[in-house]
Design a protein around this ligand. Sequence first.
Ligand code: PLP
Length: 366
Amino acid sequence: MSELSPRMKALVQPTLVNFEPYDPNFSETKINLSANENTHVMPEQVKAAVLEALSAVELNRYPDPMANELRAEIAKWHNVSPENICVGNGGDELLFNFFVGFGGAGRTLLNCPPCFSEYDLFGSIVGTEILNIERDSETFEIDEEAALKAAKDVNLAIVTTPNNPTGDVISVDFVDSLCDACPGIVMVDEAYAEFNNPNFFCESLLKKHDNLIILHTFSKAFGLAGVRCGYIIAAPDIIDVFAAVRQVYSVNSLTQAAALAIVKNREAFREVIDDIKSERARIFAEISALEAEGLPIHVWPSEANFYLVRVKNAAEIHKALRDDYSILVRDFSRVPGLEGCLRITVGTRSENDELLAAIKSLLKEN
Ligand SMILES: *Cc1c(COP(=O)(O)O)cnc(C)c1O
């Protein structure tokens, strides 16, 4: 990563002086298991429905700012009213707007790292103070007591379930207590919820807590990472804040049309999601067996479409996978709390086979 130029350091807002341009560490490989995308092909009838919807879009017209047709369909799905929904240009935009709306100078976010690095990044861009309650270094569990105690004095809190990059889930009871403890807004990022037991949703808490926001995305389970669409569910007056700070036309017409087709056809993804879940179990068993054989690797259980492993010489393994096997995974080995860790997306059966074979031979050479 490169720093800002000295000239720019003198010109940007003082809070941004030490910021660096984002580097996704992307390289072209045959198999990309680095970004938690859905690598399965989209079910044929869904793809046809998406393409048909796209071809009907009037490109000369501005999009509906609040994406009302999509919003109504999402509301029906989640059994809430459209006023409880705001759609965004990816979950990322909604996360950013969460901080624009509720963070900023003089305000504090409760964060539980290791977690999605964008919380810290977006919060810091608008000057939010970040209060980190670190997860356990071995199990990655949140110290719930410490988090609930800290929550009393913060303006906003964010938790992720299943968590990226550790794959673990938190209990609905914990979120319930967090909403009680925090005088401000609590965001629960459920970007990977579809890969967990589908009965797990903090949605049941929305009736009880009007300070709760639940975030979802079409980028992971529904395979639309390139389309950029996510949404939140929250109390109508919270949605009004997002409607006030968002870029009016951030969700373009093609995105609205594609996402609407996906929501209407969401049942068709069941098979793909089940396949990812069963591959996840297979990979966990195979890597655990390598560990039992005495090879220097550990894998954590995951409820998402990826798994975190700790390996000896992680940075070298990452590089060898990329350069010798053309397989890209995500290197977290230099991130505090994730020393030696790689995050690997669950791919298709053949992608997973190649990955497992490559890891096995690299570990045996080591
Ligand atoms: C992928 C992801 C998101 C949102 O991704 P978008 O592509 O912007 O919708 C949000 N939170 C977490 C933890 C994620 O991993």
